[in-house]
Design a protein around this ligand. Sequence first.
Ligand SMILES: NC(=O)c1ccc[n+]([C@@H]2O[C@H](COP(=O)([O-])OP(=O)(O)OC[C@H]3O[C@@H](n4cnc5c(N)ncnc54)[C@H](OP(=O)(O)O)[C@@H]3O)[C@@H](O)[C@H]2O)c1
Length: 431
Amino acid sequence: MKKIHIGLLGLGQIGGGLYEILHAKKALFARQLGVSLEIRRIAEKFPNRKRKVRPPKSLMTKDAFSVVRDPSIDVIVELIGGTRVARELIKEALRNGKHVVTANKALLAEYGDEIFELAHRKRRWLCFEASVGGGIPCIKALREGLIANRIDSIHAIINGTTNYILTQMTTRGTGFAAALAEAQHHGYAEADPTLDIQGIDAAHKLAILARLAFGGKVRFKDIHCEGITQISSEDIAFAKEFGYTIKLLAIAKKTKDGMEARVQPTLLPNSHILASVNGSFNAILMRGDETGDVLFYGRGAGPHPTASAIIADLVDIAKAGVAGPAEDRFLMRALGKTIPVKSIASILSRYYLRFHVIDQPRVLAGISKILGNHGISISDVIQRERSAGRAVPLILLTHDAHEKDLRAAIREIDRLPYVRSRSQVIRIEEA
Ligand SMILES: NC(=O)c1ccc[n+]([C@@H]2O[C@H](COP(=O)([O-])OP(=O)(O)OC[C@H]3O[C@@H](n4cnc5c(N)ncnc54)[C@H](OP(=O)(O)O)[C@@H]3O)[C@@H](O)[C@H]2O)c1
């Protein structure tokens, strides 16, 4: 029987979920997988705090560094989160010859290079399936199932909080603030939801996925990131009229002149497979040169789905043999040259534009003229009924245009005397 001795850092939501599953299914894993997964020690800031799971007191310690240095431990599972102490603990674990499993996307997105390099140098496994898409085995798919492919694009809904909020806004007409409050009430959003609603959490995950998919370093700061705080019920309703759904998408794709990588609210045609991914669910659509589109769908967060991914990593490490050196060619691929990311100004896209304009003659002609001067052509228009001198919405969809031209045109339009508030710009993604 293959045995693996685990040091668990953090007994919060995910650590607790992991403990529960390992406790409940220990015999099953031993029987079916031939692996005995044993938690030897648990580090937690407040070991005596009342919580759902109650490990024996003898396993608990406050001192996480003593766990990562413990010679009886084979694998450290880091589940404390954050980028400061976790970074030091993981590096110390690797230096002490431990394999590491982590769900910490923020850490890997921002400090992946140094951690990947150290794991490679020390010949230790560094596994992080749970860091992207919770219970969805998308990293394993890149590592194994899609290995014959060159990945050309990723389009992903990888933040359950924002997908829940946008779904509520779309299906119920709820406003952003009310939908966020509802997400918090149901436990889909943190008390401080900044990382989620600003798109930063999705960008962390995209940085990890893109480097694995495209084989090279991707600098987190190069990923253009927009959240959903500026999306109104009005935008969602107008998008619907045109046959589109608004989703927060993480996009990485190869183009003739470089890689595009961004997180953005996006108008997707209702017929697009990601348009029907609702609630707190995640979905990752990858296009391989041999497979074509492959879709992964499931729970992107939560204690049990996330712990499921962590256990898969632990089983992989146990099967490879904890004693031997790790020769992780997949991780080495992700340590290749830095992949330059195209600036957002240089991308080509279709756009949804919403203006609030005073209802008077020649407004549409004035706006179209400015767009035309910048080489932008209109594909569709909704102009609301007349409302005698009051501000009314004017919605335009454009054909493909360069972002820098579009932004220059919008700056000009926003200065027009009959334009009443800053114009809304949302990119459209067709395929
Ligand atoms: N929640 C999800 O659905 C989800 C999904 C995918 C990935 N993740 C990732 O999984 C990781 C854990 O998330 P979580 O939701 O389980 O967080 P959490 O509930 O806050 O759990 C973290 C636990 O670690 C403890 N801790 C913090 N610093 C410590 C230290 N220096 N030594 C020992 N214990 C320490 C915390 O104690 P205090 O509470 O006292 O600070 C807390 O109990 C994060 O990296 C997160 O991004 C989470």
